[in-house]
Ligand binder design. Structure first.
Ligand SMILES: C[S@@+](CC[C@H](N)C(=O)[O-])C[C@H]1O[C@@H](n2cnc3c(N)ncnc32)[C@H](O)[C@@H]1O
Length: 272
C-alpha cells in the first residue's frame, strides 16, 4: 500500500472515539484528508503552503472548510479540538519545530494520538533527491555537489531536477538548502518528548504494511531489526499521545482530571 493508504488505514484502525476529528498537519494537496472524508471521518487539513500555493487547489474541491491555510504557523482551530493528528513528510521542512509542536499539542485533546512520519538525520537516504547521505553535508561543504553529481552519474537520484551531473547536483543541493531542515534524532526526541507522552516507534509495522505481499522476505526479522531498517533507510515513524490533563505519564486519572477531560469533551467548539 502507498503512504497515503497506510495513514488512512492507521486512522481507521483507531477506535471511533479516537478518530472522530482528525487533522492532517502539513496536508499538502490534501490526499489524506480527501480519503479520510470519503471514509466518513471528519478530517481537516492545514498547511503553510510555502512551496507552491497551487497545491491548495484541492481545498476548493473538498470544500474550503476542509483545508485551512495557516498564518504565522498557527493552526486555525481551537484548543483540544482534534482526537487525532497525522503528519506525513512535513517535519523535515518545518523551520520552527517548537511552534509547530506547541500548536499541535494545543489543538490535540488530552489523551489524543499523534502519528508522525518524516526523515531525520538518522535516515541514510535523502528522500527528496534520492542521494544517500546528501543531507549530512554542510551547506559550505566543497564535496557536497561533487558527491551528488558522482552518484547521479552512477544512476542514483530522482528525476525531479533537470540537467545532468553537476547541474542536477546544484539543483538538488539548492532544494535541500531552501526547503529542508534536517534535525538529529536527539533533537527530534527532545522536542517531541517535551510535549507528548509515550512515543512509540512503529517503523516495523509501517515497513510491513508498505511492502504488503513483498514483505515475505523480511517478515521473519525481529521487530527491532525491522524498525532499524525502516528508520535508517526510509523514515522515522512514531505515535505519541498528548498527556491526559493532570497525569504526567501514568495515564491514571483522578476525579478532578476526569471532570476536566469530560468538560473538554462537552465544551468542544463547533467549526463549520
Ligand atoms: C513533502 S510535503 C508533504 C505534504 C503532505 N503531507 C503529503 O504527504 O502529501 C511537505 C508539506 O509540509 C508543509 N509545511 C512545511 N512547513 C510547515 C509548517 N511549519 N507547518 C505546516 N505545514 C508545513 C509544506 O507546505 C508542504 O505542503
Amino acid at each position: 500500500m502507498d503512504q497515503y493508504e497506510y495513514i488512512v488505514h492507521w486512522v481507521l484502525a483507531r477506535t471511533p472515539a479516537q478518530r472522530r476529528r482528525v487533522l492532517d498537519f502539513g496536508c499538502g494537496s490534501g490526499k489524506v484528508v480527501a480519503k479520510l472524508r470519503a471514509a466518513g471521518v471528519e478530517a481537516r487539513g492545514c498547511d503553510l503552503y510555502p512551496v507552491d500555493r497551487s497545491r491548495s487547489v484541492l481545498a476548493t474541491e473538498l470544500g474550503i472548510a476542509a483545508i485551512s491555510p495557516m498564518v504565522e504557523g498557527k493552526i486555525p482551530f481551537p484548543d483540544n479540538y482534534f482526537e487525532c493528528v497525522v503528519s506525513n513528510m512535513v517535519f523535515e521542512h518545518v523551520v520552527d519545530i517548537d511552534l509547530a509542536l506547541d500548536e499541535i499539542a494545543r489543538v490535540l485533546r488530552p489523551g489524543g494520538v499523534f502519528l508522525c512520519l518524516f526523515p531525520d538525520l538518522g535516515v541514510l537516504r535523502e528522500d527528496h533527491t534520492c542521494i544517500p547521505l546528501l543531507h549530512w553535508f554542510g551547506r559550505e561543504s566543497r564535496f557536497r555537489v561533487a558527491w551528488a553529481a558522482s552518484l547521479r552519474r552512477l544512476g542514483f537520484g530522482h528525476r525531479t531536477f533537470s540537467g545532468s551531473g553537476r547541474a542536477w547536483a546544484h539543483q538538488a543541493c539548492d532544494y535541500l538548502d531552501r526547503w529542508t531542515v534536517y534535525r538529529s534524532p536527539a533533537v527530534v526526541r527532545r522536542a517531541f518528548d517535551q510535549r507528548f507522552d509515550s512515543r512509540t516507534h512503529i517503523e516495523d509495522a509501517w515497513l510491513l504494511a508498505r511492502l504488503g505481499r513483498k514483505a515475505t522476505w523480511v517478515r521473519w526479522m525481529p521487530a527491532p531489526v525491522l524498525r532499524c531498517i525502516g528508520r535508517r533507510f526510509f523514515t522515522v515513524a512514531f505515535v505519541c499521545n498528548r498527556p491526559e490533563v493532570g497525569s504526567a505519564t501514568t495515564g491514571l486519572l483522578n476525579d478532578e482530571t476526569r471532570s476536566i477531560n469530560n468538560r473538554c469533551e462537552s465544551e468542544s467548539p463547533q467549526i463549520p
